[in-house]
Design a protein around this ligand. Structure first.
Ligand code: GN1
Ligand code: MG
Length: 341
């Protein structure tokens, strides 16, 4: 574990006694390197932060400071495990140019798929409650931790760029995918249409289902995690990423192509969760835009996975060469299913 090179400094910066055998790799995140530190009497999450992807860590800390000031943890029915300050009161520790941070570990179940419509409903309620808890925060105060993160038009341009500069041969299945995604211009136009109608809110902006922790018996949500992308966004982003990762019959990494469909009971449960929590708070346009969110977020991930494959897999963690291609194919099938609803 490369992390061990920095362990002595990490221990000093957090005033902790940590043995090597108390650390193990943890979770399924595609971006940071995440470890569980089990100290016996307490558990912590230690992350080596991906500075290539998040080039403005100070913006993340700025947004987290706003959350700490503006959101009363007592009023949220779940935990937001924000980073633990180091001995210098910093939310990040920089060691030899590498960024590390520590956060509380929350007990429970972190899953890539949910088993029931009720679990979908609980997830939707939690992410909607998060938006509602921050509804009073002026979105212009939040900083963009990744500029234009969910800008569909820009992601389309980046895909076009990747197609024109790729070293790969764009033929066969790859060409089919490229043609499909470049054919999604109407979705980009719809994105621009909603932009003129909707208010910006504080959104989580990465509400894939494994960014939430259920209680062990799945009767409630214990925590909403992965708080780096909290910034100004549209309500439908957070609904949409849930649709993408919950209301589908196969997960994002599945190659079970024939079985990638919309799970209608889960879809309806997500909608119910957002509508109930947003009732009287979200505008009617925000509620109307929710179904667009499912399509838009699936499409944007497809753009991004495919662009990454064309660029030589430089962004997402992969476990085999074609994984981003397969992720893009998976999202294409889901997007088609959502468009046929
Ligand atoms: C990344 O970090 P993780 O795995 O929760 C990505 C999201 C994508 C997701 C696709 C900062 O999320 O935007 O939805 O992978 N995060 C970043 O699975 O790019
Ligand atoms: Mg994550």
């Amino acid at each position: 574990m490369q992390l061990l090179n920095w362990l002595e400094k990490i221990k000093l910066l957090y005033g902790l006694e940590i043995q090597e055998n108390q650390i193990r790799p943890f979770g399924d995140g595609h971006i940071h390197q995440t470890y569980l530190v089990d100290l016996g009497d307490k558990k912590l999450i230690l992350q080596r932060f991906n500075y290539q992807v998040f080039q403005y860590p100070e913006r993340i800390s700025h947004n987290h400071d706003i959350l700490i000031r503006e959101i009363d943890p007592q009023k949220l029915p779940f935990i937001l495990p924000l980073p633990i300050p180091n001995i210098h009161s910093e939310l990040f520790s920089v060691i030899e140019g590498h960024y590390f941070r520590l956060a509380p570990y929350v007990e429970g179940k972190c899953v890539n798929e949910v088993n029931s419509a009720h679990q979908a409903y609980l997830a939707a309620k939690a992410f909607a409650q998060f938006i509602v808890a921050g509804i009073h925060i002026k979105s212009s105060l939040l900083q963009e931790s990744i500029p234009n993160f969910h800008d569909l038009q820009l992601r389309y341009q980046q895909l076009l760029q990747a197609v024109s500069s790729t070293q790969r041969q764009v033929t066969g299945e790859l060409k089919e995918l490229v043609d499909f995604y470049l054919g999604q211009k109407p979705l980009v136009e719809e994105y621009n249409f909603w932009k003129s109608l909707l208010p910006l809110r504080m959104t989580h902006s990465d509400t894939k289902i494994n960014n939430l922790i259920y209680s062990d018996d799945f009767s409630k949500v214990n925590a909403v995690i992965d708080l780096d992308t909290i910034m100004a966004g549209y309500v439908y982003y957070d609904f949409g990423d849930l649709v993408r990762t919950v209301a589908c019959t196969e997960g994002e990494s599945s190659q079970n192509w024939e079985n990638i469909k919309v799970d209608m009971p889960k879809y309806a449960a997500l909608l119910q969760g957002f509508q109930e929590v947003g009732d009287g708070v979200f505008t009617s346009e925000e509620i109307q835009s929710l179904p667009f969110g499912g399509q838009m977020m699936t499409c944007i991930m497809g753009f991004r996975f495919l662009a990454d494959y064309l660029n030589g897999n430089i962004y997402y963690t992969i476990h085999y060469e074609e994984q981003n291609l397969h992720r893009a194919k998976n999202q294409m099938l889901l997007l088609k299913a959502l468009q046929d609803m």
